[in-house]
Design a protein around this ligand. Structure first.
Ligand SMILES: C[S@@+](CC[C@H](N)C(=O)[O-])C[C@H]1O[C@@H](n2cnc3c(N)ncnc32)[C@H](O)[C@@H]1O
Length: 191
């Protein structure tokens, strides 16, 4: 969507990395559980997670609607001496080839219509790593999206991946650095 592109290009247009260069802690802490191979990072932003996956031996496709974000993702990959494949796409229209990926990472980007495509795009035995805000995050006033549609309802990820084997699930309010956030985190395997 054009409005999303404009918003995120503006946010990622600055020199510094808006979301940092370090990977998402949930992904980092569970990297040992994930099957090696071909990975897709949806809504990669400035590429912190895609680059981390490449550093861990994955062949990574990183997709996002922000060209500014993807440019920084490529810069970060160069800095770390790894290669990632970047694609400028609108995830409203994106198609994922059936049984293509060993791993799909979907962090802090909630588009419910994308979930069936993620399920379909994973190989059997492949895994999804998913984390984003719960509705109660809104009461914390520590940043994040504005519109209600971008927040998860209780146990919603378990429903979205109900035919998968759940490898890890938690919901709650946590402190990450100085910031408090209410999130759901899931790792699930296609069976
Ligand atoms: C909160 S950021 C998350 C970035 C990344 N997953 C991370 O954890 O660092 C949300 C991302 O979604 C992307 N985005 C928003 N709408 C999109 C769309 N329709 N298609 C593709 N990407 C989109 C933005 O450009 C932004 O990079």
């Amino acid at each position: 969507m054009k409005a999303d592109q404009k918003k995120w290009d503006k946010r990622f247009g600055r020199k510094e990395f808006a979301l940092g260069k370090e990977p998402n802690p949930f992904l980092k802490n569970h990297i040992h559980l994930l099957p090696k191979g071909r990975a897709l990072d949806v809504a990669t932003g400035e590429g912190r997670n895609a680059v981390f996956l490449a550093q861990n031996g994955f062949e990574v496709d990183a997709v996002d609607i922000s060209e500014k974000g993807l440019k920084k993702a490529r810069k970060l990959a160069r800095e770390k001496g790894v290669k990632i494949n970047t694609f400028l796409v609108d995830l409203d229209q994106f198609r994922i080839e059936k049984d293509r990926y060993d791993l799909i990472v979907n962090l802090y980007f909630l588009k419910r219509r994308l979930i069936p495509k993620i399920r379909n795009g994973l190989k059997k035995g492949g895994m999804v790593v998913f984390e984003t805000y719960l509705l109660e995050h809104r009461t914390l006033a520590t940043g994040g999206p504005k519109q209600a549609k971008y927040f998860l309802k209780p146990n919603e990820p378990l429903r979205l991946f109900k035919n998968f084997r759940i490898q890890f699930y938690r919901e709650g309010t946590f402190r990450e650095g100085r910031r408090r956030k209410a999130v759901a985190s899931l790792i699930a395997e296609k069976i």
